[in-house]
Design a protein. Sequence first.
Length: 277
Amino acid sequence: MSDENIQYDVHDYEPVNKYIDDQARLKRSASTWRYAKAATLIMVGVGILAVLLAWAYYLYKKPHRLVSLSEIEQKVLSNEDRLIENEKRLPSEEEINTSTSSNILQGRINEKDLEISKLKAQLDKNIEDQNLRKQLEEEKKSIEKEKLELQKKLVEKKQVRTNVIHFQYLEGELNSTKVSVTTRLHYDDPSNLNPNKTDGSDPINCYVTFIGRDDLSVVELGDRTEQPIVSKYHLDTLNVSYNDFIKLKNEKCQYVSNNFLIYNFTVISGLYDCIWV
C-alpha cells in the first residue's frame, strides 16, 4: 500500500486572479473619477451661484440709475450742441470788460471836468496878461474836446450788451481719482453783479472733469434742481455710486456767487477764465 503512487492535479489560477484584480481596480478608478467629476461640477455650480448672488446684491445695494445707450447718446448730443452755442456767444475781451472800461472812462471824464473848472476859475480872475488868458482858453478848449471824445466812447461802451459765461474751479476726489468741478455762471447782462438769465432759468450750473483720465468724458452735474447725468461706465470704472456724484455736486458746485469779482482773464482754448473771491 505504501508503494502506491499518489497522483494529484495542480491548477494555476494566478492569471484569473490577476484579471479579477485588474477589473476590480478599473471599477474603483471609474467610481473615483465619477465621484471627482460630480464633486467638481457641484463646486463649479456653487461658485457660479455665489457670483450671481454677489452681483444681485451689488445691483440691489448700489443706488445708481441705469442709463440706456440711446439716452446717453441723446444727452451727449444735447451737451455738444449747448457747448457749441455757448462758444458762438463768447464775447471779445473788450465786450467782457464793458463795465470796468465804462467806470474808467467815467473817471477820466470827471478828471476833465475838474480841470475845466480850475481853468474857468482862473479865467474869472480878470487876468490882465492877454497871452496867458489866451493860453488858458486854448487849454480849456482842448480839455473840453478831450472830454467830448471820452463821452462818445462811454456811450459806445454802454451800448454793448452780450452774453458772458464766467467759470469757477474747485478740485476734489472720487474714490482716489482727482477731479475738477467747474461751475458756469451765465450773465445775459454783464453789467449785473449777480448771474442772470433773461428766460428765468437757473444761471448757474456745473460739470466735472477727471484729471489725467482720457478714458472718462465730462459729466454734467446740472443746476440746483437737475440731477447729474452719470453713465454706468463711469460708475463701474470709478467704482463709485450715484450718491457719490450727488455728494460731489453738493460740496463743490458753487451755486452761491459772491458780489465782488476780480477779473483775471486768461485766454485758454478760446475761453475767458474768471477768478472769484
